[in-house]
Write a protein that binds this ligand. Structure first.
Ligand code: ATP
Ligand code: MG
Length: 482
């Protein structure tokens, strides 16, 4: 036991106080005595006692509540209560308040020293344990900090050297991280960019469109086009508690391939159309050369049907070619609900034949659209046509036309077979048919590619939401103001 531990006695003058002083001195402790609370508070701060013995009453104040207050500030300081009478209530209160122990008469000098020493040992053990715990926790924390720092460096090195562009943003679109690939793509050299708003660093309309529109959509793509011909596919992915990541892949070579393929298809289909027209012409002439028997007439009809089908396909291909080449420049003010009405009239027969429950919902305030009416009709026909074609008999189809912030929203929902999630983007590719498309439903996979080209050329967006075996919902958004 350290000889110079200081024991503070907070007791009214009495014989017991004298006895304690003597006993503790004799045992080698330093002793300080105070009789009231202000003096006690001073001593606690100035002399920092190793232990306090406090009377049940200090002046006219309650010793127990004074002790509780001290413990609030010095939770490991041992305090012993001195009480004149030992009742079961005293023991309970001492325990409840977190005091070390209590003393009561009759008291011998040895009892006092013994109790003080026991309390000091316990307090010291508690202190040691606390110090050890603090040390252990801090060392594991710094160990962890070291590990996470090296992980962070590793991650930074990986992201910095990835070929794809990576930008990490906080929730308000300030840049947290941007790798070298992005700097190369936008020619940012050594600009300081961390912490800046993305739109202040990169003023690219495609990137800004992707980011502003992605606030309410989970994961979105956008093509980023540069004047020098480079094309990137940018993806926006929200990251919970951080913000979002934008990744960019160079797809210029894929675009070039696509262009070559389109040129090829365009040339071939164009060259096929003239001979087909003449074949059709001759089938019509055959009838004039003399009477045909029933079989001959039947075959001729089938021949004409097939030629018409091929001609339609070729017209579709030529349409896509023209749209993709940007030749669709005709624009006039178009009343969408009228076009929708004509389209629905055309499908009326099929709807009735398949007993489809058709619901049409059109807002009364649809604004005029600057558009090519023929193309818009084609887009509407394709989407409604698909919904009716893929929805089984007695299913339902819902068509909606709504206004929202200067945008027309055209929606076609059905209860058809749906489209597997990994194919949602692919259905807009030329010739792509979903893997679950029913075998008995014919199609070439061009309709949605045409829809996409039309919507793109009107600065709009189109996408599909769909659940297999439940149905699909195609949404087209077209801005009414350029
Ligand atoms: P067509 O060129 O005659 O339109 P298609 O209907 O097969 O042929 P798209 O309209 O481009 O081609 O559609 C592509 C594919 O997307 C379809 O083959 C089909 O698998 C799927 N699909 C399109 N619309 C729906 C729909 N409403 N419900 C289920 N699947 C659909
Ligand atoms: Mg179709």
């Amino acid at each position: 036991m350290a000889k110079h531990d200081l024991i503070l006695l907070v007791l009214n003058p009495s014989q017991i106080l004298d006895l304690m002083q003597r006993a503790l001195h004799a045992a080698g402790f330093d002793v300080a005595v105070v009789h009231d609370v202000p003096a006690m508070n001073n001593s606690v701060h100035e002399i920092v006692p190793a232990l306090i013995i406090i009377g049940e009453k200090v002046g006219d104040q309650d010793g127990l509540s004074i002790a509780a207050k001290i413990l609030e500030r010095f939770p490991t300081l041992p305090i012993i209560l001195y009480t004149d009478t030992d009742t079961s209530g005293t023991a309970k209160s001492v325990l409840k308040m977190g005091l070390s122990s209590y003393l009561y008469p009759p008291l011998k000098m040895a009892d006092i020293v013994d109790e003080v020493q026991k309390s000091l040992v316990r307090a010291r053990k508690l202190g040691d344990w606390l110090r050890r715990e603090v040390k252990r926790t801090t060392s594991t924390l710094s160990e962890k900090a070291k590990i996470s720092e090296s992980e962070r460096f590793k991650l930074q090195a990986i992201i910095a050297n990835i070929q794809d562009g990576v930008i990490v943003l906080d929730e308000r679109h300030h840049i947290l991280l941007m790798n070298n690939a992005v700097r190369d793509i936008f020619g940012l050299d050594h600009h300081e960019i961390n912490g800046k708003l993305l739109e202040d660093v990169i003023s690219n309309a495609d990137i800004n469109a992707l980011i502003t529109r992605s606030n309410d959509e989970p994961l979105k793509y956008h093509e980023v086009n540069f004047d020098d011909g480079r094309v990137f596919n940018a993806q926006y992915t929200p990251i919970p508690n951080i913000g979002a990541a934008v990744t960019m892949q160079d797809i210029s070579y894929l675009k070039e391939l696509d262009r070559l393929k389109s040129d090829f298809i365009h040339t071939v289909s164009h060259d096929l159309r003239s001979p087909l027209t003449s074949v059709l012409g001759y089938t019509e002439l055959i009838e004039r050369t003399g009477p045909l028997n029933e079989n001959q007439q039947e075959f001729l009809k089938r021949l004409q049907g097939s030629i018409q089908h091929i001609t339609m396909l070729i017209n579709d291909l030529l349409d896509i070619g023209r749209l993709e080449a940007g030749f669709d420049t005709r624009r006039e003010m178009v009343q969408l609900e009228d076009i929708l009405k004509y389209s629905l009239d055309m499908f009326d027969g099929q709807v009735k034949k398949k007993y489809i429950k058709l619901t049409v919902n059109v807002d009364h305030d649809i604004q005029l659209l600057r558009a090519n009416p023929i193309r818009i009709r084609q887009m509407i026909d394709n989407l409604i046509g698909n919904a009716i074609k893929y929805t089984p008999d007695e299913g339902s189809v819902q068509v909606g036309l709504h206004m929202q912030d200067n945008q027309v929203i055209f929606k076609v929902e059905d209860t058809g077979p749906g489209i597997p999630p990994e194919e949602h983007n692919r259905v807009f590719e030329k010739f792509f048919r979903a893997t679950n498309a029913p075998n008995d439903i014919q199609g070439t996979g061009l309709g949605l590619a045409i829809v996409k080209s039309i919507v793109d050329s009107h600065q709009g967006r189109v996408w599909v939401d769909s659940t297999v075996n439940k149905g699909s919902s195609f949404t087209v958004i077209l801005p009414t103001q350029e």
